[in-house]
Ligand binder design. Structure first.
Ligand code: NAD
Length: 370
């Protein structure tokens, strides 16, 4: 497990320091009328205290202007004291998976942030919504489009907000690339190439078990490449053709190792994407336009991303992606707006992912459901 964590950490980059992240705290987007005079932060309960919670989200919450960690939900009792001491969490705000429903009467918790293996996202989103909490759920939203729809319905029924942990959509370089693409200042996009992959470690981890992960590299990191095409274009893919290969059939017996897929968008743009669990170095997108290109390489790590266009390098101040993501969700809750990374966004990715798997299984070009 350590090997995996190290691999992923090296690959995605390290957490930003509080000093680097301080910029976001100053860029407040709350009007005083909506945020209240006492400037109280919204309380967050983290569900699942694994690698992402430990190394990124909890430190990110310390950098958040509008959210703070107030409760934890864990299946590992040994983690309770360590987290309580480190983050000052009171013992009556510590839950396990069985006692989770008690969170309903915990007024310190406004938001439940689900950071569990993918197959558990739907169950805990629905339980959190029923407990009256807003939900931030990690990507991929769920293992199937049907589960995504059930999560959206549960949050609607409980009148709670739902957002998916698509941190790149709040990252300044990604936001700038979207703005350049959508404004057509370099002309219209004609074609996109995108990919994300890494060498996965421990063969026993949940990411290689279909029941827990839903799929392999595509569900875990290919989803970043898929999303970048969607948010650069502002369109949904309509037809997909995909092909898979396994060079290590034993390790990847249950989930995909490497996939390439071709998406056709309504405007006629083609996007060709790749993902893998079996090599490093693929971490980019490039959109070719009438007058040039928009490129991010590396694109999808927690830090040290690089944006370049045919006009030159674009330098922007880095921000803590998790603090920014959580502050945006707080704004949506307090101003009663839908998140731009809503459950419906998560569902659209799962619909495309299901089309990719169907194309591989049927060896045909598949229409994406809507
Ligand atoms: P991890 O393996 O480090 O942690 C998973 C946690 O779930 C652990 O605390 C583990 O104890 C708990 N758990 C509960 N039931 C389990 C079970 N049956 N099997 C295994 N673990 C179980 O994983 P992670 O890297 O923290 O990923 C968690 C989620 O966050 C995943 O959905 C992943 O896709 C997502 N993630 C998102 C990003 C991002 O950049 N947004 C990065 C990494 C992971």
């Amino acid at each position: 497990m350590n090997m995996l964590r190290n691999n992923r950490r090296e690959f995605l980059g390290t957490t930003l320091t509080a000093a680097t992240a301080a910029g976001i705290a100053q860029g407040g987007f709350f009007s005083s009328s909506t945020y209240g005079k006492e400037n109280k932060k919204l309380g967050v309960a983290l569900v699942g205290l694994g690698s992402l919670s430990t190394n990124q989200i909890a430190p990110g919450l310390l950098n958040s202007a509008h959210c703070k960690l107030t409760a934890i939900v864990t299946g590992t009792p040994e983690k309770e004291k360590k987290w309580a001491d480190k983050y000052g969490i009171q013992s009556d705000h510590i839950y396990n998976y069985q006692s989770f429903e008690k969170i309903a009467s915990d007024d310190s918790v406004d938001i439940v942030y689900i950071v569990l293996p993918n197959s558990m996202h739907a169950e805990f989103t629905i339980r959190a919504a029923k407990a009256g909490k807003h939900v931030l759920c990690e990507k991929p939203m769920a293992n199937s489009a049907a589960d995504c729809r059930a999560m959206i319905d549960a949050c609607k029924a409980a009148d709670r907000k739902l957002a998916i942990g698509y941190r790149c959509q709040f990252e300044p370089h990604h936001m700038k690339s979207m703005q350049i693409a959508r404004s057509k200042e370099l002309g219209a996009i004609k074609m996109i190439e995108a990919g994300f992959g890494f060498t996965i470690g421990d063969p026993k981890q949940w990411r290689l078990r279909k029941e827990l992960a839903g799929g392999g590299a595509l569900m875990d990191v290919g989803i970043y490449a898929l999303q970048s095409c969607r948010y650069l274009l502002g369109e949904e893919p309509k037809m997909i053709t995909a092909q898979e290969t396994k060079t290590d059939a034993a390790k990847f017996a249950e989930v995909d190792e490497s996939i390439t897929w071709l998406m056709q968008f309504p405007s006629g743009v083609l996007a060709y994407c790749s993902t893998s669990y079996n090599f490093n170095g693929l971490n980019r997108f490039q959109a070719f336009t009438d007058k040039g290109f928009i490129r991010m390489d590396p694109a999808f790590g927690y830090s040290d991303v690089r944006l370049e266009t045919s006009k030159g390098k674009v330098e922007l101040q880095a921000q803590d992606q998790f603090a920014t993501e959580m502050d945006n969700f707080a704004k949506c809750i307090l101003e009663d707006q839908n998140s731009k990374v809503s459950g419906e966004e998560g569902l659209k990715d799962l619909l495309a992912i299901e089309a990719i798997y169907k194309s591989i299984a049927t060896r045909t070009t598949v229409a994406v459901e809507s």
